[in-house]
Design a protein around this ligand. Structure first.
Ligand code: TNX
Length: 506
C-alpha cells in the first residue's frame, strides 16, 4: 500500500509538468475550435516527421517543422516520405476538406501520433504553427517534451493578413527582412507588403533605369547611406517568404512620394533638372510629371521588371498624399497606369486616394485614413484592405513616453490596437468586400531591427488574430492573458518587445 501511494504521488507530481489540457493552451491567433482529449504526446529524439508522398512543397514545410523542433529541443529529428498514414510520430499531409476553408487545417494530437492535415499547403503550415505553440517555450536538456492531446480545427476569417514594412525612409538589410518574415510566420500572417520607394530612397534595382538605386538608393532619412536590394536579393527575400507561406506585395509609390526617382533622372522632371536628394520626413511635395510620355515609359519599365520577379498576385501602386499633383492630373495618371499593372499579370492595390480614379475590375483600395475615398472605391466595385491609421499604424507611439515613432494618428496601446474589427471601420462595408487587414510600419524614426521589433511587438499578434479569428471569439480581457504567456516566446526569439503595463506578462 505504501509503495502504491508513493507511486501515485510520484505520478501526480510528474503529471503536473505534463500538459494534458489542450484547451488551456494560449494560442494566438485563437483557433476556430479546440477540443482537448486529456492525455499527452511525447516528443523525443526518436520521433520522425512523416511527409505525405507527392505533395509539391510539403517537404519544405516539413523541414521548417524539424528545424523549429530541433531548435527548441536540441534534438536531431528528420523527415521521411511515406504513402500511407503511419502509426506513430508526426504526419503531415494536404487534402482538400470541404468544411475547412482555404488555409484551414485539422491538427490531431494523439497519444502516439500527431497528424497535421491542411486543406492546402498553407493550411498544413499553419497547423504546424499551432502545434509549435502547444509546446513549452524551451525544453530542459535531456528531458522529453510533452504536448497535450486533442483536436484543433481551424481556418482564417480573412485571406489577406498582412504587415507592411517601409524600407524607403530607412533601409533594412535582407537579413532584417527575413527576420520580419520569420516573426510574421509564427502568427499566421500571409502577406508582407514592402514599401520600396519614397522621397528619401529607391530600394529595388531596375536594370533599365540603373541610376534609381545608384543615386536614389544612396541615402535615407537623417542622411545615412541608405541601400537597395538587387533583383537577386529581392528574389531571395521572395523565396524565403514563399517557404513560410508569405507573399510579397511590392509597392512603388506614385505619382507623389517620388523624389528619389526625380533626383536620379533629370529627364523625369518637366524642367529637365534633377531634384536634390531628400533626407527629411515631410510628405506630399513631389510628383511625377503626369503629362510627359517618358513618365509612362519609366512606370511601365519598373512595373514590368518588378512584376517579373514577383510571384504573388498583387502590385501596389501607392497613390497616397500626392498633394502637389492637380486632381485631374492625378486621376489621369492613375487611370493610365492601371492597365500597365494588369498587362504584366498583377492585380492593382493602392492607398485609398486611388478611388478618385476610374477603377478597373478587381482593384483593392487600402483604407488608411479617408472613409469618403474608401466608400467611393466600394461604389466603384473595389475591395478594401483595412489599415486604419488610428488602429493599425505600428509606427504610432504606444503612449506619450514611447521614444520611437510618430503620433499624428494618436497613441496606439496594445488594447487599442486589438479592440476593433475590420467590418466596422467604414459604414456599409460588407464582409465579402474586405480583402483583409494589414498593419503598416513606416520607418521615419526607425533605424535598426531592434526598433522594428519594439514597434511591432506585441501589437502584431493582435492584428494577426483580428485577421484570423472570428469576432465572437475575440475579447481583450481574455486575449491579454494569452498574450501575457507569449512574453516568454518573445524572449526566446530574442524579440525586443514593448512590455505594455496593460498585459500581465508571465
Ligand atoms: C502617412 S499612410 C503616409 C506615409 C507616412 C506615414 C507616417 C500613407 C499612405 N502615407 O507616407 O510615412 O503617414 O505615419
Amino acid at each position: 500500500l505504501i509503495l502504491m501511494t508513493a507511486l501515485i504521488l510520484m505520478l501526480s507530481a510528474c503529471s503536473e509538468k505534463v500538459p494534458t489540457d489542450l484547451a488551456q493552451t494560449a494560442f494566438i491567433p485563437q483557433p476556430a475550435s479546440v477540443t482537448a482529449t486529456g492525455e499527452a504526446f511525447e516528443i523525443n529524439n526518436s520521433n520522425i516527421v512523416y511527409v505525405q508522398e507527392g505533395v509539391e512543397g510539403l517537404q519544405t514545410v516539413a523541414d521548417y517543422l524539424t528545424g523549429e523542433l530541433n531548435r527548441i529541443t536540441g534534438y536531431t529529428l528528420t523527415t521521411q516520405t511515406v504513402n500511407s498514414v503511419p502509426s506513430k510520430g508526426i504526419y503531415l499531409s494536404v487534402s482538400p476538406n470541404s468544411d475547412l476553408k482555404a488555409e484551414g487545417y485539422e491538427l490531431n494530437i494523439g497519444k502516439k501520433l500527431v497528424t497535421v492535415q491542411g486543406t492546402d499547403l498553407a493550411g498544413t503550415f499553419y497547423g504546424i504553427q499551432t502545434l509549435l505553440q502547444a509546446l513549452p517555450v524551451k525544453a530542459v536538456a535531456g528531458e522529453p517534451l510533452y504536448v497535450a492531446t486533442g483536436v484543433v480545427r481551424d481556418f482564417p476569417e480573412y485571406g489577406y493578413r498582412g504587415m507592411m514594412l517601409d524600407v524607403a525612409r530607412h533601409f533594412f538589410s535582407v537579413d532584417d527582412v527575413k527576420r520580419v518574415i520569420d516573426l510574421c510566420a509564427y502568427y499566421k500572417i500571409n502577406t508582407l507588403h514592402l514599401h520600396l520607394s519614397d522621397d528619401q530612397g529607391w530600394r529595388i534595382e531596375i536594370k533599365s533605369w540603373p541610376k534609381l538605386t545608384e543615386i536614389g538608393g544612396s541615402t535615407q532619412v537623417g542622411g545615412g547611406k541608405g541601400g537597395f536590394y538587387t533583383q537577386e536579393q529581392y528574389k531571395e527575400i521572395v523565396q524565403y517568404a514563399v517557404d513560410r507561406q508569405i507573399i510579397i506585395v511590392p509597392e512603388i509609390d506614385m505619382p507623389g512620394h517620388t523624389n528619389a526617382a526625380l533626383a536620379s533622372y533629370p529627364e523625369l522632371n518637366p524642367d529637365g533638372k534633377a531634384r536634390e536628394l531628400y533626407t527629411g520626413i515631410e510628405v506630399g511635395f513631389s510628383t511625377l510629371a503626369t503629362n510627359m510620355d517618358i513618365t509612362y515609359q519609366f512606370v511601365e519599365d519598373v512595373i514590368r521588371e518588378l512584376a517579373a520577379i514577383t510571384p504573388g498576385p498583387y502590385f501596389h501602386i501607392g497613390g497616397d498624399e500626392s498633394h502637389v499633383t492637380k486632381h485631374d492630373d492625378y486621376v489621369y495618371f492613375i487611370n493610365r497606369i492601371q492597365p500597365l499593372v494588369t498587362k504584366y499579370g498583377k492585380k492593382i492595390v493602392g492607398w485609398d486616394e486611388i478611388a478618385n480614379a476610374d477603377l478597373e475590375e478587381d482593384v483593392t483600395v487600402q483604407f488608411w485614413s479617408n472613409v469618403k475615398n474608401t466608400s467611393m472605391g466600394l461604389e466603384k466595385g473595389a475591395k478594401v484592405l483595412v489599415s486604419p491609421g488610428a488602429r493599425t499604424y505600428m509606427d504610432m507611439k504606444y503612449d506619450s513616453t514611447t521614444v520611437l515613432g510618430l503620433k499624428w494618428a494618436g497613441f496606439i496601446e496594445v488594447d487599442h490596437a486589438y479592440t476593433w474589427s475590420p467590418d466596422t471601420v467604414v459604414p456599409g462595408l460588407q464582409k465579402e468586400q474586405i480583402l483583409g487587414i494589414e498593419a503598416p510600419l513606416w520607418s521615419e524614426t526607425l533605424e535598426k531591427i531592434e526598433d522594428i521589433e519594439f514597434m511591432v511587438f506585441p501589437r502584431l499578434p493582435g492584428y494577426a488574430e483580428i485577421g484570423w479569428t472570428a469576432n465572437d471569439l475575440r475579447n481583450w480581457d481574455e486575449y491579454k492573458l494569452r498574450l501575457a504567456k507569449h512574453g516568454k516566446r518573445f524572449e526566446d526569439y530574442n524579440i525586443n518587445f514593448y512590455r505594455s503595463p496593460l498585459v500581465p506578462w508571465e
